[in-house]
Design a protein around this ligand. Sequence first.
Ligand code: ZN
Length: 181
Amino acid sequence: MSLMRRPVLQLNASYEALRIIPAMRALKLVTKGKAVVELATNKLIYPGIYLPSVIRLVVYKHVPLRMQVTTRRNILVRDGYRCQYCGEKFRGGDLTLDHVIPRSQGGKNSWENLVACCRKDNHRKADRTPEEAGMPLKRRPLPASVHTGRFILRSMGLAVNEWGRYLYADSDGDRRFAVRG
Ligand SMILES: [Zn+2]
């Protein structure tokens, strides 16, 4: 992976973990004076400048509870481009979005009700719930948050231990994906 695309944890001015962004965007925020580096890696990118691992916004930003919009791409990224029924990895163009609870049964266009699904499984599942179709989900779809970000990082094989003390500071008490070690 290119260094500039390496994930960086973005904190609010209050030190609350906000989101995970690519290093390139993090560096832009820092050079514009909008953020400061809280934790740097040992990877030198320019003379005297180390790749950041954690940055913090200078000015507090009010962020609504649901930080990210439900888009096809965001769902595919959350699911690591894997069909959530067969577990196989596909190119984006070969994946569809499946409504876990079908729209015909009142299923919504929400993070919790949309999953990446290959064409074959989408056809097989049709207008049924996973239970009705006998097709259990590989994992429960979660809303976008720092927690799902961590999920994505783990699936990418990245160590996020260095972020532990920032992520543990979360106030929502959700420790399901707490960093171990
Ligand atoms: Zn599939």
